[in-house]
Design a protein around this ligand. Structure first.
Ligand code: ATP
Ligand code: MN
Length: 428
């Protein structure tokens, strides 16, 4: 016997009654009634009942749930009300045995806490709710790629091991690189900007690293970012790209991922477009009207964003932030140099994305670095490219994991990341 199957379980239907099939999957349930065993077998596409009689019964004697079987049998009519057909087993092969008890109940009948589930993530993936989250994540990634490729963006891969701090931040992991200190990239910022020379519109979907001791439901040490950068675009243009990308993700998954929504127990609702746009100034007024006593230039803390999020529960942009709150590469507004051509995309209190128009003039960029207490000589490799015909450009970074939490309606980012990394979790 080999390992092969003729059908995924999801492909078998009641129209195939009388047909011979070879299936493979995991025992989800097993009930013995006299000389007949009723098996429920699940693979990643579906579930079926299998009837085992006679000497084939001996082969499955004493097997535990989640053991792996290969079944040669015939599709037949069933009296079970949960199924449209069943399979009468003619030959059974035990391909793998599972232990009992398992570290978590993969059927979710016994609720396991998130830490236990993450410690046994592969088994947790046999829970249909968990598997559905990651199937959705796959569809989100493919929808994002499709949208950006249609908009003529080129997918790139930038290095994750870097020689100097890309944004001057202190939140970098360092590592030994053949006797020198290297860092894990916190974003592709400088590389993607450089790639607007030559490729014009680029995107990257990759892991990035932040050495922040955050213990929240929205921060991880390793997260997946979707980044774009586009020549000849302003921040309002890339906000448009971001909004249509999010709309496509919600439309695609709400229409095409019905089973996943059912398993998760959450209906994906397409948001209304266009997204509301509030300036930072307007947000400040709203907060001060709610007795927050903020002054121009103050950053919006989590507590502030919670208040704003109550009033604006869905997707909305906060635009035109004070220049001094934004990184050195963000360009100021022409009519008011204290403001920047920048935005955050919010979902209620949750920041999903930051972006803006970049400085493309090397002299302005150098003086901005100095203003922010950074040393231009540390950015020499990057600044060189600005003398080679750097086009005006704009872009953003979108936290994919955070976007996933909004899509599936869960608060904890760990639910949507396979093996999350945070200050307390480095294994498995
Ligand atoms: P926050 O203020 O929420 O910590 P940030 O402003 O530091 O985020 P950016 O540098 O603007 O983050 O990164 C762009 C996007 O990447 C964020 O809007 C967010 O969606 C995502 N992101 C940033 N840091 C993390 C993290 N530690 N874990 C998960 N996602 C993150
Ligand atoms: Mn940000």
């Amino acid at each position: 016997m080999g390992f092969g199957r003729t059908h995924d379980i999801g492909e078998v239907s009641s129209e195939m009654i009388g047909q011979k099939v070879i299936l493979g999957g995991w025992i989800e349930d097993l009930r013995k009634l006299g000389k007949i065993t009723f098996l429920t077998i699940r693979d990643s596409t579906g579930i079926t009942q299998v009837i085992v009689k006679g000497e084939q019964n001996d082969k499955i004697e004493g097997l535990n749930r989640q053991s792996v079987l290969r079944i040669i049998g015939t599709v037949q009519e069933t009296r079970a009300k949960d199924f449209n057909f069943e399979v009468g087993a003619e030959e059974i092969e035990v391909l793998a045995k599972a232990i009992h008890p398992l570290p978590i109940d993969p059927l979710g009948r016994l609720e396991s806490n998130i830490d236990n589930r993450l410690n046994s993530r592969a088994l947790d993936m046999r829970n249909q709710k968990t598997a559905s989250i990651f199937k959705l994540r796959h569809h989100v990634l493919s929808s994002i790629r499709k949208t950006l490729i249609e908009k003529k963006f080129i997918e790139i891969n930038t290095p994750k091991i870097i020689g100097s701090a890309s944004e001057g931040g202190a939140n970098l992991f360092s590592l030994d690189y053949f006797g020198k200190t290297a860092y894990l990239a916190q974003s592709p910022q400088l590389y993607k900007e450089q790639m607007t020379i030559g490729l014009e519109r680029v995107f990257e979907i990759a892991s990035f690293y932040r050495a922040e001791k955050s213990h929240t439901g929205r921060h991880l040490s390793e997260f997946t970012s979707v980044d774009i950068e586009a020549a000849f675009m302003d921040y309002t243009d890339v906000m448009g790209v971001l909004e249509s990308l999010i709309m496509e993700v919600f439309k695609f998954t709400s229409t095409n991922c019905k089973d996943e929504q059912k398993s998760i127990g959450h209906e994906i609702k397409v948001p209304s477009s266009p997204f509301e746009q509030l300036t930072y100034g307007k947000v400040l007024d709203e907060l001060n009207a709610a007795d927050q006593k903020l002054e121009f230039g103050d950053d919006l803390q989590d507590s502030h964003l919670r208040i704003v999020g109550e009033r604006h529960p869905g997707f909305y942009f906060i635009t035109d932030w004070p220049l001094k709150l934004k990184p050195f590469y963000i360009r100021e507004k022409d009519d008011d140099a204290s403001l920047s051509r920048s935005f955050d995309l919010q979902y209620g209190y949750l920041e999903l994305s930051s972006g803006g128009t970049r400085l493309h003039d090397p002299e302005l960029l150098k003086s901005r670095l100095k203003e922010q207490g950074l040393d231009p000589s540390q950015f020499a490799d990057h600044l060189r490219a600005f003398d080679w015909g750097m086009p005006p450009h704009a872009g953003w970074g979108l936290g994919l994991d955070r976007l996933m939490t909004t899509l599936v309606g869960l608060d904890n980012i760990r639910e949507v990341v396979l093996y999350p990394r945070d200050p307390d979790r480095l294994t498995p």
